[in-house]
Ligand binder design. Structure first.
Ligand code: CDP
Length: 210
């Protein structure tokens, strides 16, 4: 069973995807980390994340098995990731890795922006996870501050609005809800409550498959 979980920044998609993977014993890939790794490689080399040639090279050297550097989760890397993700050559360089991951025997859970539309258009279940911008900015700001990063709510909200706009308006694989994706609004829901909704959706899809 392939489960595609898409949605904007800090919508809760990562938490839900991770919990679904655990619940159904499926491998899990946070595809945002691939774009973040590409961006971090560029930043560390002192290169511009909007330089298509350098970004493509960096994308080609991303190793999907070592995405554990804590720096990958920083706001700075997130902002640069959204820039490299708008470059078609970068997306192309990262497609095979994601599709190979999804094709594993037994299936997989992938989360991102274009899983249900581009990477796995034939996924067995698709979720589109959302929440209002203010709520998402609050969550991400708390998450980053808890990790020791110095970022205000206002800065976070501004970055979120900019990233959402860039992700949704790029020509290649824009952030988009697939027509057949189930909408899961996590606004006001606890982590457990959001997961319970996701699980009901996946169980129903599983029942239809068998
Ligand atoms: O966790 P957060 O929502 O902040 O972002 P992420 O999932 O780590 O993704 C970082 C950036 O990578 C996003 O802003 C997108 O521009 C890009 N991305 C993408 O274009 N396609 C994906 N499948 C995953 C991420």
């Amino acid at each position: 069973m392939i489960i595609a979980v898409d949605g904007p920044l800090a919508s809760g998609k990562g938490t839900i995807a991770r919990q679904l993977a655990q619940c159904y014993t499926l491998p899990y890939l946070d595809t945002g980390l691939l774009y973040r790794a590409c961006a971090l490689g560029l930043l560390r080399a002192g290169k511009n994340p909007e330089n298509p040639v350098a970004a493509q090279q960096s994308a080609m050297s991303v190793d999907g098995r070592s995405l554990t550097d804590p720096e990958l989760r920083s706001a700075l890397v997130g902002a640069a990731a959204s820039k490299v993700a708008a470059i078609p050559a970068v997306r192309k360089a990262l497609i095979k890795l994601q599709r190979d991951f999804a094709r594993q025997k037994g299936g997989a859970v992938l989360d991102g922006r274009d899983i249900g539309t581009v990477i796995c258009p034939h996924a067995d279940v698709k979720l589109w996870v959302s929440a209002p911008p203010e709520e998402r900015a609050r969550r991400r700001c708390k998450e980053l501050c808890d990790r020791g990063e110095d970022i205000s709510y206002t800065q976070m909200l501004a970055q979120l609005v900019e990233r959402d706009a860039r992700d949704a308006s790029r020509d290649d694989a824009p952030m988009l809800r697939a027509a057949d994706a189930h909408l899961l609004n996590t606004d006001g829901l606890s982590i457990d409550a959001a997961f319970a909704v996701a699980r009901r959706i996946v169980d129903a899809a599983k029942a239809e498959l068998s």
